[in-house]
Structures are given as C-alpha cells and as structure tokens.
Design a protein around this ligand. Structure first.
Ligand SMILES: Cc1ncc(COP(=O)(O)O)c(C=O)c1O
Length: 405
C-alpha cells in the first residue's frame, strides 16, 4: 500500500443485477463539501428528495424519504414497524428475495405463511387469493421484480384484493422502480421500497421508502424517542430496531427534525442528484429506456442460441437470466468477461449458481453502448469456447431491435 498515491479504480462495464454503474453526475455531486444535517441547505435538499421520491413511486403519500443503508434497510424498517409479535404475514416467494422478506418478517416476530412457485415463474392471482383466504393475513409482503430469477410479479389485482380483505400490502420494488411501470397509489400499495444502486444509477447505501397514512397510523402508535433526547418518552409497543425505527426516522424527515442519527451526507447528495436526473429524463421515459435496452439485449442473446431461464411472459426490463450451455463453465465466462473486456455479470444464486448467469441493464448501465459492447464480447468468447455462431450475429439482432422500437 502506498499511502501517498490517490486511489484509482479502473472503470468497469457493469451488467449485473446491481450494483450498477452510477451516473457520473451523481458521483460528482458526492464530492460537494459536507454541511451539517440541520443546515438549511441540507434540509432543503431533504425536502426536495421527499417530493421526488413521491414522484418515482407515483404516490401522494406524505411519508416518502430515504434511509441510510442498502435496500434491505428500507425493507427491514417497514417490516419491523408493521409487525408485532404474532402479526400474520403472507409472503409469496419466487426466489432469493422473497425468502429475504420471510427471513426479516420472522426475525421481527411475525407469524409467517409462505407459498412458493418454481424458480423462473410467478404466482397466479388465483393462487394468491386462495392462500389469502386460507391464512387471512394482516399483511401481504411481496417482491415485484425477483432479481434472482428475472421475473416480474403482477401486483394490481393483488392490491385490489388486499383492499377487499383489509390486509396491508407491502412491495419490494428494488429491481423494478424506474425500470418497470410502478404505480403505488393506483395499485393500492400501502408501503413500497427501492434501493439506490439499481435503476436510480447511484451507489448502494440508501434505501427509499414511501408509505401511506394507514402505515403511518401504526408507526405513530409505536413512537418512542431515544431516552437521551426525551427522558419522558416511553411506549410498551416500541419498534424493536433503533437505527431503523420508522417512528424516529419519519420525525427526522419531518419539520420536527428529530436528531435521531447522523445522516450520510454525501449519499444524500447522491440521491438528490440521481432523482434530479430522473426528473430531467422523466419517470416513464426512464422505464421506456430500460424496456428498450432489455429487448435489444434479449434479441442479441437469443440470436446466439442462448435460452432464457425465466418465463418470458413474466420477464423483467431490468434483469434476465440465461441458461449456461452445457459445454460452457459459468465461472470461467464471468472471469473472462472481466479479464478481457472489463465487463461484469453475475452468477445465479443458490440452486442456480452454476446453471444460469444473471445479466442486468439498469440505471446508467442501461445504455445502448453497454448492450452492444456486452453482446460483442459475449459472442467472441463463445466463439473461443467453440460455440461459434457467425460474427456480428448478436450485434445485428440487437440493432434490429433498436430500429424496430
Ligand atoms: C429484489 C431485491 N430485493 C432486495 C434486495 C436487497 O437489497 P440490498 O442488497 O441492497 O440490501 C435486492 C438486492 O439485490 C433485490 O434485488
């Protein structure tokens, strides 16, 4: 280690399900000087962030803010606030991140009921309805985009059914918000969460949440402020987590400006800039960009004779999983893409570790040059592994895709 030399990290083309490339404007915003978290300059940024978060979730909910920590910080903050001992929570699982919801809900003391579909598939509404009729959940928590398998779960009918039964509806939109249509209010979603490191094109380290007055009512009833701030504050129903205590976090993000934690100043700058870039591009336009780049990517992959793992009727705009051909070693392919082309992709999770590769095109990574460079690199490597298709096949297929859209 040479302490007197600046850190230099070589730029990669990141085609993983996250983290993805951050927009250069976001990285540049992070180099601004540190100001105190109650400096009016900073609190003004916070207010603007709240408003922009409402716009990306498409909600009028008053409660919309960012929580320091990766996406699961937001998931955990919401679930630990909603769940008390024995709360009945139904979690339909379609892969690794559905399991994560169940993991967090159980740790929060919920009575969890799950149902699973085969990996690569999504739940039919009939099944969801049947499971709800059986379990009568207080809360339904579900992943919208299962990034471990590349599938998108339809939410609209489920949201309407939750209204009918009185169940609260919480959605993990980590792999979908800004990459897929996401309509928090129109789909009757009570609480939603996303992360900074995917379609928002910022580094990992902030999760964004929004929740309506039904959830706020629960949070308010559990409010307990740190003793060192208010010795008289007490509440037998207090939320188990302190760092992720929504009752104090929402007070920090309100005009009360409760001094709960030290905000991650530079990450707030990053989120503010990333959200401003979304406002500049347009929420729907960003979704369309993801759709356009993914369809070109898929055309290119298909032209190479590769097969998709996920049911194509449920495919995402943000991530796809490709079955690794028998004659190819997934770990070697991943290594070679980095070694020769500086391109990163991701392996499958758990049971899919060696059989699929996961390719993401999100945020600043969802760009035409990335798609075309990745396809060209993949095609050349497949050629060196003896799976030659004919040079330029995938590039032509992808370009045709762009031209047809
Ligand atoms: C759908 C989904 N949910 C939750 C998470 C967890 O997010 P994090 O790793 O940022 O905590 C991820 C991360 O990739 C994800 O893709």
């Amino acid at each position: 280690m040479k302490a007197n030399e600046p850190l230099f990290i070589e730029k990669r083309i990141i085609m993983t399900p996250g983290p993805v490339e951050a927009d250069p404007r976001v990285l540049s915003a992070m180099t601004n000087p540190i100001v105190h978290q109650f400096d009016p300059v900073f609190t003004n940024l916070m207010d603007e962030v709240k408003e922009m978060i409402r716009r990306i979730f498409k909600t009028n909910a008053e409660q919309a803010f960012a929580i320091n920590g990766s996406a699961r910080a937001g998931i955990e903050a919401l679930l630990t606030a909603i769940i008390q001992k024995g709360t009945r929570v139904y979690i339909p699982i379609a892969g690794r991140f559905g399991h994560l919801l169940a993991e967090i809900a159980k740790r929060a003391g919920a009575n969890v009921h799950t149902s699973e579909v085969a990996l690569g598939q999504v739940h039919s509404f009939d099944t969801l309805k049947r499971e709800m009729e059986y379990f009568k959940p207080h809360v339904v928590a579900i992943v919208h985009g299962e990034s471990s398998t590349g599938t998108k779960q339809p939410l609209k009918e489920l949201g309407a059914y939750c209204i009918k039964t009185g169940a609260l509806f919480m959605v993990d939109g980590v792999a979908t918000v800004l990459g897929e249509p996401f309509e928090m209010d129109a789909w009757n979603i009570d609480a939603a969460v996303t992360g900074s490191q995917k379609c928002l094109a910022a580094p990992a380290g902030m999760s964004l949440v929004a929740y309506n007055d039904k959830i706020k009512g629960i949070v308010d009833k559990r409010k307990k402020v740190d003793q060192g701030l208010d010795p008289s504050s007490d509440n037998p129903k207090f939320i188990a987590s302190n760092y992720l205590d929504l009752s104090q976090l929402q007070a920090y993000w309100s005009s009360e400006r409760l001094n709960h934690h030290t905000e991650a100043t530079s990450m707030l700058y990053a989120i503010h800039e990333a959200l401003r870039l979304v406002m500049l591009e347009g929420v729907d336009e960003r979704v369309e960009r993801h759709a356009k780049n993914m369809q070109a990517l898929k055309r290119g992959l298909k032209s190479l004779g590769l097969e998709f793992f996920e049911d194509q009727n449920a495919g995402l705009n943000t991530i796809t999983c490709v079955k690794v051909p028998r004659e190819i070693n997934a770990a070697v392919l991943k290594e070679d893409l980095i070694r020769y082309f500086n391109i990163e992709i991701a392996p499958g999770f758990g049971p899919l570790k060696d059989s699929v590769i996961r390719i993401g095109a999100m945020g600043h990574s969802s760009r035409k040059p990335n798609i075309l460079t990745f396809l060209s690199a993949l095609e050349s490597l497949l050629g060196t592994y003896g799976k030659s298709i004919g040079s330029g096949t995938s590039l032509k297929a992808a370009l045709d895709g762009y031209a047809n859209r």
